[in-house]
Ligand binder design. Structure first.
Ligand SMILES: NC(=O)c1ccc[n+]([C@@H]2O[C@H](COP(=O)([O-])OP(=O)(O)OC[C@H]3O[C@@H](n4cnc5c(N)ncnc54)[C@H](OP(=O)(O)O)[C@@H]3O)[C@@H](O)[C@H]2O)c1
Length: 302
């Protein structure tokens, strides 16, 4: 679409909207005004045009809505049953319990394999694709290593929770890589976020690992009790590992620059906001001396 005119009011749109049409209206008395209409409001300067794929479009909505919904459920006290909340609000019926280690390996292995296999399924698709495939594969590989060698678990995980989380990680990884594949040949977004994305991803993954390491040092061999974490960013927020996970996934979205990747990252943010809110409430209920100024996940704010 041709940019016919750039009036003052259109300039505000210009950063976000690459395709718009403006026309000059002449009022009585000869005064000119400019009116603009967005022609394709979804065609953003920093996102690839969404591919014509029903699967990717549906997943864009499903990922965002389902993760945001589960985040709000956490705030309302309906938890996914793993870690501190593995046996909270379980219904009367018999449930299958996995060890935390087995459950966590179940969550991450299919997504890791999807990322790993993508190097063979979609080879030679350019730097951006390789960066996305590498970031996702590395993320899930790191989680598997942490589950095997870093975390010291005390509880379990219910199969009812493990199944939807496993599906969510696997499907979102596969969809993100597939959406990138469908963006091949499309014009690159005018604003390239890939390099800031790589920086965000690295800050996120290193920060996340460091906070996990601090948590693992709270327990000696065989110990199972919970303590108030100290060090790192634990003096500011009770879930700094979630904060770094959020940063990491915005890094992934910036590398990818597809609508799906942003939808998944925003959905993840809502889920982790909800889970961290529930976690802070849990600490307040378990420890009388828990400092009230420690927020959930965003320092000084939330
Ligand atoms: N992308 C997503 O949607 C998403 C969602 C959730 C998690 N994650 C990822 O998974 C990671 C772990 O999440 P999580 O919810 O399992 O974290 P978590 O509940 O904080 O647990 C992490 C580890 O630290 C231990 N731990 C936690 N608090 C402790 C305390 N006060 N004293 C002693 N040990 C403590 C836990 O033991 P117990 O098992 O005994 O509690 C577990 O081994 C996150 O950092 C993130 O990377 C991602």
């Amino acid at each position: 679409m041709q940019k016919k005119n750039t009036g003052k009011s259109c300039k505000a749109f210009y950063f976000f909207v690459s395709e718009y049409e403006c026309k000059i209206n002449k009022r009585e008395g000869g005064k000119e005004t400019v009116s603009c209409s967005m022609v394709m409001s979804v065609s953003l300067n920093f996102i690839f045009p969404p591919p014509a794929s029903i699967v990717v479009s549906a997943m864009t909505v499903i990922s965002f809505v389902s993760m945001a919904k589960v985040g709000f459920s956490e705030i309302r006290g309906n938890h996914l049953n793993y870690s501190k909340f593995w046996n909270v609000n379980t219904t009367g019926r018999r449930q299958i319990k996995l060890s935390s280690k087995a459950g966590m390996l179940m969550l991450y292995t299919p997504a890791f394999l999807a990322g790993f296999a993508s190097f063979w399924i979609f080879p030679h698709e350019g730097v951006r694709s390789v960066m996305l495939q590498s970031a996702l594969t590395l993320h899930f590989f790191k989680r598997i290593i942490e589950v095997l060698f870093v975390h010291k678990f005390s509880g379990g995980m219910l199969l009812d929770s493990a199944i939807p989380i496993t599906l969510s990680y696997f499907l979102s990884t596969a969809t993100m890589i597939y959406a990138q594949h469908l963006s091949q040949g499309l014009p690159e977004p005018p604003i390239n976020l890939m390099y800031p994305g790589i920086v965000l991803f690295l800050v996120g993954i290193v920060g996340n690992f460091y906070q996990h390491y601090i948590l693992s040092k709270l327990r000696g061999k065989g110990e199972k009790e919970y303590k108030i974490p100290k060090g790192g960013l634990f003096g500011l927020v009770i879930s700094p590992h979630y904060l770094f996970e959020i940063i990491e996934f915005y890094g992934v979205a910036f590398i990818s620059q597809t609508l799906y990747a942003f939808s998944f990252s925003i959905g993840t943010t809502f889920y982790l906001l909800g889970r961290s809110y529930a976690t802070r409430k849990w600490y307040l209920s378990k420890f009388e001396d828990f400092p009230k100024n420690i927020k959930a996940v965003i320092p000084f704010v939330f």
